[in-house]
Design a protein around this ligand. Structure first.
Ligand SMILES: Nc1ncnc2c1ncn2[C@@H]1O[C@H](COP(=O)(O)OP(=O)(O)OP(=O)(O)O)[C@@H](O)[C@H]1O
Length: 497
C-alpha cells in the first residue's frame, strides 16, 4: 500500500529510483542473511581440529559485511531521491490546491487539512521512505530469506522461521491498518474552530472564544485517548506473536540438538539466527505506530496529488508572461442576502495598461479584484481574457494579487498576465508597478492622487457601478465624484492633531 501510494505520487519519472531503492535494500538484506549463515562454517572451523581453516570463512564474512554497508549506503541515496520526489509532488500540488480554494473556503476544514498536510508531509516524506521504508523492507525480507537458507540445515527450523515471518508480517499489516484507521477517525483537531476562536477579537471579548477553544482541546484529548486505546493492544499483539515464534524456534533447536540431528556448534550458530530474527521482527513492532501515521499521510498526499493532476488535465492552464487584455461585460456579484456589490460592470483593460479603481468605502473595489482574480465566481456577466471567456481556474493561474500586507517580491515576480494591487499606498510598490508598464496588465486600488496621475485610466465605482472612466486629468477637470473623493483624501492626508 505504501509502495503503491509512493509510486502514484512520484509517477513514472521516479520509477528508476524506487526500483533501485527497493532492489538495493533487498540486496543488503540478502547479504546480511548470508553473513549470518557464514557463521556456521566459521564456528565449525574455530571449534574444529584446525582453527586456522576459519580464515577464508572470516574473509568471506568481512566481504559480506563490507558489501552490506555499500548496498545500504547506495539504498539510502536512492531513498533520499524518492523522498525528494514526494516533496516535489507535494510542493506542486499543495499550493495549486490552495489557489483553487474560494475565499469562503479559506477558513474551512479543507483549508485547515491542506495546511496541516503541507506542514507535516514535507518533512515527513523523506523520513517515511528512508527511516521507515528501509527497516520495514529489511524486517519483512530477512526472516523468509533466513528460512530459505536454513532449508539445507534443518527443514523444521526453516518451516518455523517461515511461519513466524508470515505471522509477524500479518500482525504488522493488521495493526498498521487498524492504527491508520484509528488515526483517521481520532487524529484530527478541529483546526478552523481553534483558529476562529483565537483570532476573532469579538469572540475573545465575550468569552465565547476561550470557551470554544476549551471545547476543541477537550475533544482533542478524547481523540488521543481513543488513539492510545488502539495503539496499546496493537503492541501487545505484535510482541505476543514474537514471543511465540521465539519459543517455538528455541524448542525446535533444542529438540534437534538433544535428538542428535544437529551439532552443538550449529545449534550455537542458531542462537545468532534467532537473535537476527528477534532484531528484525522487534523492529517491525516498533515501526507499527510511525508506519500507521506515514500510511495515512501518504494516502492523503496521494489523494491530493491525484486530484490536482486530474484538475490540471481538465483545465490545462499556462501562465503566459505576456500581458492579457481583459473585458468585463455586465459583471454582477452579490453576497448572499445583500444588494449587489457589483451591479453590471462594463470595463476594458487594454493589454499592458495600468488602471486605478477608486470609490468610496463599500463601493465594490475589493469585490471587483476578487472576481477578476478568480477568488469569487461572478453571479452574472462575463470575464474575457484576450477575448476568450476566462473560467475561475484560468483567472487564478494568470493573475497575481498584491495586498498591502503581503511581501511584494513574491507577487511581482509571478509571470502573470494580470497584476492586481489592493491598497497601493506604498510608494516603492507603486514605483515598481510603474516599471512593469507594458509587461503586465495592472489594476490597482488606491486613494493617492499622486498615484492616480500616473495611471492610464481611472475607473470610479459607486454602489457597484462604474460611474466615471477617463484619465485623472480629465476626471479632475470634470469635477465629478473622483474630484470630490480626491479632495477629501487630500484633506484627510493633511489632517493633523
Ligand atoms: N464577505 C462579505 N459578506 C457580505 N457582504 C460583503 C462582504 N464583503 C463585502 N461586502 C459588502 O459588499 C459591498 C462591497 O464591498 P467591498 O469590500 O468590495 O467594497 P470596497 O470598495 O472594497 O470597500 P472598502 O474601501 O471599505 O474596502 C459592501 O456593501 C460590503 O458591505
Amino acid at each position: 500500500m505504501i509502495y503503491s501510494d509512493i509510486a502514484a505520487v512520484t509517477g513514472p519519472a521516479g520509477r528508476r529510483d524506487r526500483i533501485a531503492f527497493v532492489g538495493l535494500t533487498l540486496l543488503s538484506t540478502l547479504l546480511q542473511a548470508s553473513s549470518v549463515m557464514t557463521l556456521i562454517p566459521v564456528l565449525h572451523a574455530l571449534f574444529g581440529a584446525e582453527p586456522t581453516q576459519a580464515w577464508p570463512w572470516v574473509g568471506l564474512l568481512v566481504g559480506q559485511l563490507a558489501a552490506t554497508w555499500l548496498a545500504d549506503n547506495a539504498a539510502a541515496r536512492f531513498g533520499l531521491r524518492v523522498g525528494f520526489g514526494l516533496i516535489d509532488a507535494i510542493e506542486t500540488a499543495g499550493p495549486a490546491a490552495i489557489r483553487r480554494l474560494g475565499v469562503d473556503e479559506l477558513a474551512g476544514t479543507r483549508a485547515a487539512r491542506l495546511r496541516e498536510l503541507l506542514a507535516t508531509a514535507v518533512p515527513e516524506s523523506v523520513t517515511a521512505v528512508v527511516l521507515l521504508g528501509s527497516p520495514l523492507l529489511h524486517a519483512l525480507a530477512l526472516t523468509p530469506l533466513l528460512a530459505l537458507m536454513l532449508l539445507p540445515i534443518a527443514w523444521q527450523l526453516s518451516l518455523v522461521a517461515l511461519a513466524g515471518g508470515l505471522a509477524m508480517a500479518g500482525a504488522v499489516a493488521a495493526t498498521s491498518r487498524a492504527l491508520a484507521a484509528a488515526e483517521t477517525a481520532f487524529g484530527d483537531v478541529d483546526d478552523p474552530v481553534l483558529d476562529f476562536a483565537w483570532t476573532r477579537p469579538a469572540r475573545r471579548g465575550d468569552q465565547s472564544g476561550p470557551r470554544a477553544t476549551a471545547a476543541v482541546v477537550k475533544a482533542s484529548r478524547r481523540r488521543s485517548l481513543h488513539l492510545l486505546a488502539w495503539q496499546l493492544p496493537s503492541h501487545l499483539v505484535l510482541s505476543s506473536v514474537l514471543i511465540v515464534v521465539l519459543l517455538v524456534f528455541g524448542a525446535v533447536v533444542s529438540w534437534l540438538y538433544l535428538s542428535g540431528s544437529m551439532s552443538g556448534v550449529t545449534a550455537a550458530a542458531m542462537a545468532v539466527v534467532l537473535f537476527r530474527v528477534v532484531e528484525a521482527t522487534g523492529a517491525l513492532s516498533l515501526l507499527s505506530a510511525p508506519l500507521a501515521s506515514a500510511t495515512s499521510m501518504l494516502a492523503q498526499v496521494r489523494a491530493l496529488v491525484e486530484a490536482e493532476r486530474a484538475e490540471a488535465v481538465v483545465a490545462p492552464v499556462t501562465a503566459p508572461e505576456r500581458p492579457c487584455a481583459v473585458t468585463l461585460s455586465q459583471l454582477r456579484f452579490a453576497y448572499p442576502g445583500r444588494t449587489p456589490a457589483l451591479d453590471g460592470i462594463d470595463l476594458e483593460l487594454p493589454a499592458g495598461s495600468i488602471t486605478a479603481v477608486v470609490g468610496g468605502s463599500g463601493s465594490g473595489k475589493s469585490t471587483l479584484l476578487e472576481v477578476l482574480s478568480g477568488l469569487r465566481r461572478q453571479s452574472g456577466g462575463t470575464v474575457l481574457f484576450d477575448g476568450e471567456p476566462a473560467l475561475l481556474a484560468e483567472r487564478r493561474a494568470r493573475t497575481a494579487v498584491a495586498f498591502a500586507e503581503i511581501g511584494r517580491d513574491r507577487v511581482l515576480g509571478k509571470p502573470a498576465g494580470l497584476l492586481l494591487v489592493d491598497d497601493a499606498a506604498d510608494p516603492e510598490l507603486v514605483a515598481e508597478v510603474g516599471r512593469l508598464r507594458g509587461t503586465r496588465t495592472v489594476v490597482l486600488v488606491t486613494r493617492r492622487p499622486a498615484v492616480l496621475a500616473t495611471v492610464d485610466q481611472v475607473v470610479v465605482l459607486d454602489a457597484g457601478r462604474v460611474v466615471e472612466t477617463g484619465t485623472f486629468a480629465e476626471l479632475w477637470a470634470r469635477g465629478g465624484l473622483l474630484a470630490d473623493l480626491a479632495q477629501r483624501w487630500e484633506q484627510a492626508e493633511n489632517w493633523q492633531l
